[in-house]
Design a protein around this ligand. Structure first.
Ligand code: GLU
Length: 431
């Protein structure tokens, strides 16, 4: 009999975790996987919890909690980002690490899945406090991460600067700078990174929208797009889609959204966001401004890109979502119930584990580059990414149409991804 690990109580009741397990169970039943295998797959191989104590600028000592979930290593070292947010829970981190296992498997890269997070509001910290927190978190994880074991990267509210601090902390511990390059990806270009990593997740989301638009509308030209979330993923998705002929009519951040049915000047919106911190300060033409970012999801557009956080398309608003094509830039933005409603209506959802795999795939290129002495250019890396992701899109789309079209497209992606993980586990004698 398989029993849950003692730490399962840390995550089992979390709604995001339960959503991830629900998706796993559905795919497992299509694959005919026995319950005992689902039991193995639904728990992480290891869950690390760390206490991080820092001194605030006001002299006071403050404690934060952080986690790293190492979900599955059948296909290689754990790989996935680290997020900083006041809402982070171990359940969310475990769910996201499971999604990384499927994402990396589907991408065909030699990685298992992992994810980390700190429960903190990074906007409330000074740059110095942020550095101390980041260094201490990574030092606390030093025995669990390694270029051959677990390779973190950015996620929500983390960035290349933080990766540089992680790298530096790790070099201090190992004393081996060259070996340590590969311990973290999405580093700044001057510290072993690739500039292409910065644009890669959004670039990949735009690639997936391009390929799906060919299938649904004959191409991107003239199609209207709304992008929910204007962080690293949303910004570059909007930029590339506008460059490739789509009309980006709306973008949002936590403070609200801007909408112009004739299209937004994306370079200008990026400038406004960088200067003022909010897209809602953009004023050009007949732009409509609202402080309720959730309403963006309901705009009459052809393509909707949720690129912020999980759980934004739910039973509460799905009836009002009008887009025919949804491309998931964020991880887990659509609940399984809402997805069924959209599928029945004929909408196509390119699932997160396919749509936003550009980031981690570029991370793999960076990591491989680091191990070979940095031999690839940004241009070569982006071309490689385009080839890999375009090929993967068509493999999933064709398989979906051929065998699983009664289900949302996500199920085809899950079946391919989980099957690969399970085959590796069998070959290695784990199950
Ligand atoms: N955080 C990103 C994701 O969710 C990237 C992970 C990585 O590059 O390892 O896929």
């Amino acid at each position: 009999m398989t029993s849950a690990p003692p730490y399962a109580s840390l995550y089992e009741n979390d709604p995001v975790y339960q959503m991830a397990v629900k998706q796993l169970r559905e795919a497992a039943s299509i694959l005919g996987l026995p319950d005992e295998v689902v039991e193995v797959l639904r728990h992480p191989e290891k869950l690390v919890q760390v206490k991080i104590v820092i001194r605030r600028d006001n002299g006071k000592v403050e404690t934060f909690l952080g986690w790293r979930s190492q979900h599955n290593s059948a296909l290689g070292p754990y790989k996935g980002g680290i997020r900083y947010a006041p809402t982070v829970t171990p359940g969310e981190v475990v769910a996201l690490s499971m999604w990384m296992t499927w994402k990396n498997s589907l991408a065909g890269i030699p990685y298992g899945g992992g994810k980390g997070g700190i429960r903190v509001d990074p906007k409330a910290l000074s740059q110095r406090e942020l550095e101390e927190l980041s260094r201490k978190y990574f030092a606390a994880l030093a025995r669990d991460v390694d270029p051959d074991v677990d390779i973190p990267a950015p996620d929500v509210n983390t960035n290349p600067q933080i990766m540089a601090w992680y790298y530096d902390e790790y070099v201090k511990i190992t004393g081996r700078p060259s070996y340590a390059w590969g311990v973290v990806t999405a580093k700044p270009a001057d510290v072993g990174g690739l500039n292409a990593r910065v644009v890669s997740t959004g670039y990949g989301v735009a690639l997936m929208a391009r390929e799906a638009a060919k299938k649904l509308f004959g191409g991107l030209e003239g199609r209207t797009v709304a992008v929910h979330g204007f962080g690293n993923v949303g910004i570059y998705t909007a930029k590339y889609l506008a460059e490739w002929g789509a009309t980006v009519v709306a973008v949002s951040d936590s403070k609200g959204y801007v909408y112009n049915p004739k299209g937004l000047n994306i370079d200008k919106v990026i400038e406004v966001k960088e200067k003022t911190g909010a897209v809602t300060n953009y004023r050009e033409g007949d732009v409509k401004v609202s402080n309720n970012h959730m309403e963006l999801l309901e705009l009459p557009v052809d393509i909707l890109v949720p690129a912020a956080i999980e759980n934004v398309i739910t039973m509460e608003n799905v009836e009002r979502v009008k887009a025919k094509l949804i491309v998931e830039g964020a991880n887990g933005p659509t609940t399984p119930e809402a997805e069924k409603v959209l599928h029945q209506r004929g909408a196509v959802i390119v699932p997160d584990i396919l749509a936003n795999a550009g980031g981690v795939t570029m991370s793999w290129i960076e990591w491989a580059n680091n191990r070979m002495g940095n031999i690839m250019t940004d241009q070569e890396a982006l071309e490689r990414l385009d080839r890999i992701m375009t090929q993967n899109f068509h493999r999933v789309f064709d398989e979906w149409q051929k065998k699983y079209s009664t289900y949302p497209m996500r199920m085809a992606a899950y079946v391919i991804a989980i099957d690969r993980v399970v085959r590796a586990m069998k070959l290695r004698g784990w199950i």
